[in-house]
Ligand binder design. Structure first.
Ligand SMILES: [Zn+2]
Length: 316
């Protein structure tokens, strides 16, 4: 199996994404919506990855579906897998076992057909407690990245960070690990700035300077709304861009689906069609997007649509 830089040298690389919401729809992940109002930005909401130890067959099946759809990078389901977030969900003592099981499952399915990425997201400490919590957040991120490296991931995907300061901490931990790293921020409620006030171009520049192989955006926006955001990032970096859009419609007033009232229990009413993803993949080749995957709302049909879009002949 080639390394990520080798894969990226011969054109856009297709990954996957959307595990948690797809597994929530299948009944294997807790959205937390029956206990607390999720999506408030105060760190509420569950969406933790204990399915890796509690229902491994369900996670294995979804990995297989994404692989068969054309993904060449399987994301181990280690999203929200820091000890901080898992502790809030009652799984802190299982931090190592959840991360290890998730990587092992992805590796078993990937074989020599795909790379395995460790997914690392924000801790939620910064959004709940402010910048004073940044050092504790860094410690939690460093611990999870150490666990993922020991588990044998091929690369890291740092994703769904709202604050550039926390992304910076994560990238510093990733650099210590020596693993190839893709870094993507999530922007809400608007695509014009991240939660600590930096423009997309500034985010791209900082992430590039800290050693990422590809930088970009993931989650929150549908492909059409993410495209201008990626173009804005282009002005801050010469690296390949990474894009993992969500499959939910957003509005002119609110560019992030997790801030819409449909999240999480009415998401089916704002689902984006797979055709939009096929068109996005075709556009991606012209936009210098080097890494492409899905995020919330995507299942195998959407990854297959991305694969089909990448395969279509270029038109002059
Ligand atoms: Zn997402």
């Amino acid at each position: 199996m080639n390394t990520l830089p080798q894969l990226m040298s011969s054109g856009p690389v297709l990954g996957d994404g959307g595990y948690l919401i797809e597994l929530e729809r299948r009944g294997y992940v807790d959205s937390g919506s029956r206990r607390e109002r999720v999506g408030t930005g105060r760190g509420s909401g569950q969406f933790t990855p204990e399915v890796a130890i509690e229902r491994p067959h369900a996670l294995r099946e979804l990995h297989q579906e994404f692989l068969d759809s054309g993904s060449r990078v399987l994301q181990a389901l280690t999203f929200f897998g820091t000890r901080e977030k898992l502790s809030r969900a009652g799984y802190g003592a299982q931090t190592e076992s959840i991360n290890l099981a998730a990587v092992r499952l992805a590796r078993d399915v990937a074989g020599d057909r795909a790379l395995v990425a460790g997914s690392v997201s924000r801790t939620q400490l910064v959004e709940r407690e402010g910048m004073g919590a940044l050092d504790r957040a860094r410690d939690h991120l460093a611990e999870q990245i150490r666990i993922l490296k020991d588990a044998g991931v091929d690369l890291l995907i740092l994703e769904t960070f709202f604050h550039l300061a926390e992304m910076r901490a994560a990238l510093e931990c990733a650099a210590t690990s020596g693993l190839p790293t893709i870094a993507t921020m999530s922007f809400r409620p608007l695509v014009t700035q991240c939660s600590d006030g930096h423009s997309p171009a500034d985010c791209a520049r900082v992430m590039s300077d800290l050693g990422a192989l590809a930088v970009g955006a993931n989650c929150e926006q549908d492909p059409q709304r993410m495209l201008p955001l990626l173009r804005a990032m282009r002005s801050g970096t010469t690296l390949p861009l990474a894009a993992q859009p969500a499959a939910f419609h957003t509005t002119e007033a609110c560019h992030s689906f997790t801030r819409l009232p449909e999240f999480p229990d009415d998401l089916e009413t704002i689902q984006v069609s797979r055709r939009v993803f096929r068109d996005f993949a075709r556009a991606a080749r012209n936009e210098g997007i080097g890494y492409l995957g899905g995020c919330c709302g995507c299942n195998a049909a959407y990854i297959r649509a991305l694969a089909e879009g990448l395969d279509e002949p270029m038109v002059a």
